[in-house]
Write a protein that binds this ligand. Structure first.
Ligand code: YSA
Length: 350
């Protein structure tokens, strides 16, 4: 018949054997409960029998019991530490980053072709002393029309089919609108300062018109205004000629023709020789050899008077152009509606 000492050694052998096969923390816990668990663990079960043994046998069994208990405890601690180390190593290798993999390219946005063109226009004028100012998109009838020599019954208003806003003045007229051009800023700038004036006004404008390949109902304009003593039509031509060469290249030819705008006298339209055919005539320029790029003229004396400038002392010139039309000419874009259709295929080309 085996003694308690034999049984203790037997339990130790089995426990250590099984511990060698334990592969994770759950199994380790199961092992601990089986062999060391306070209630029904195999070792505590054996130890309960100690007090009943005869003295001689109890001494030997007691020593063995202590030895086995601490052997199992330290084997358990070691195994636990080894399992934890293995777990950490496993996680590290699962989460490892391969630093040699090529990076993912970050998507970088770009400037809209209208913004680019606006900036190029501004850069072409800046060295000639023009500063940039901006004005309101919601405008009074007075600034958009009246102050620019366009009274209510003036046929020139037909050129700018207007988007009126819900508003009423004393006479029941609607005085608020979405500005149809950037020219109202001429008046606002002159009201706010004395000459010399040299400003450039980029901004969004709105017209109530059907869209087609060359017309949008919301588009941009850049207005220019220069007023001082002794400003002449030669200054207008020289300034716009310099602009055209900076913007479109040193060989550019320029043409001025009479045109009518109520707020200038005389008025002109300015054209450059066509890129496509160099003036010979092609589809882009409608066989004329010329591309119109802006309206311009000498500021009307009536406009100067209205803002309190003396037209006998001060003269000036003004101009207004459409940056989308200019971008179309420069990049061969055949339809203005591409600009605001949010088509990345189109926009990413710039
Ligand atoms: C004229 C004389 C001055 O002393 C100062 C400014 C001006 C320009 C005037 N205020 C005006 O708006 N003239 S305009 O109606 O002929 O428009 C000017 C430019 O805006 C055009 O040359 C064109 O490039 C652009 N434009 C006009 N309607 C457009 C448009 N661009 C896109 N869509 C439309 N519907």
């Amino acid at each position: 018949m085996s003694t308690l000492t034999d049984e203790l050694i037997d339990v130790e052998t089995r426990a250590l054997e099984e511990l060698g096969r334990v592969a994770d923390v759950d199994a380790l816990e199961q092992w601990r409960v089986t062999y060391q668990g306070r209630r029904h663990g195999r070792l505590p079960n054996l130890l309960e029998r100690l007090p009943a043994l005869p003295v001689e046998e109890r001494r030997e069994a007691g020593r063995q019991a202590n030895r086995v208990r601490s052997a199992l405890e330290s084997a358990y601690t070691e195994r636990r530490a080894a399992l934890e180390r293995a777990h950490v190593t496993q996680r590290l290798s699962a989460e490892a980053i391969d630093v040699t993999l090529p990076g993912r390219r970050a998507h970088s946005g770009g400037l809209h072709p209208t913004t680019r063109t606006l900036r190029e226009i501004i850069e072409a004028f800046r060295p000639m002393g023009f500063r940039v100012v901006e004005g309101p998109e919601v405008e009074w009838d007075y600034y958009n029309f009246e102050a620019l020599n366009i009274p209510a019954d003036h046929p020139a208003r037909d050129q700018w089919d207007t988007l009126w806003l819900d508003s009423e003045d004393d006479e029941g007229k609607r005085p608020l609108l979405l500005r149809t051009h950037t020219s109202p800023m001429q008046v606002r700038v002159m009201e706010a300062q004395q000459p010399p004036v040299r400003v450039l006004v980029p901004g969004r404008v709105f017209r109530h018109e059907a869209t087609d390949a060359s017309h949008e109902s919301v588009f941009f304009q850049v207005e220019g205004l220069a007023v001082d003593r002794g400003v002449t039509f030669a200054d207008l031509k020289g300034t716009l000629y310099t602009f055209a060469r900076r913007m479109f290249g040193p060989d550019r030819r320029v043409r001025f023709r009479c045109d009518f705008f109520p707020f200038v006298e005389p008025g002109v339209d300015m054209a450059i020789d066509c890129f496509g055919c160099r003036g010979a005539g092609c589809r882009t320029c409608g066989q004329s050899g010329w591309l119109e790029i802006m309206g311009a003229g000498m500021v009307h004396p009536g406009v100067l008077k209205r803002v309190g400038y003396d037209p006998d002392i001060y003269t000036g010139f003004a101009f207004g152009m459409g940056p989308e039309r200019i971008a179309m000419l420069r990049h061969g874009i055949d339809d203005i509606r591409h600009f605001y259709a949010n088509d990345l295929g189109f926009l990413e080309q710039f």
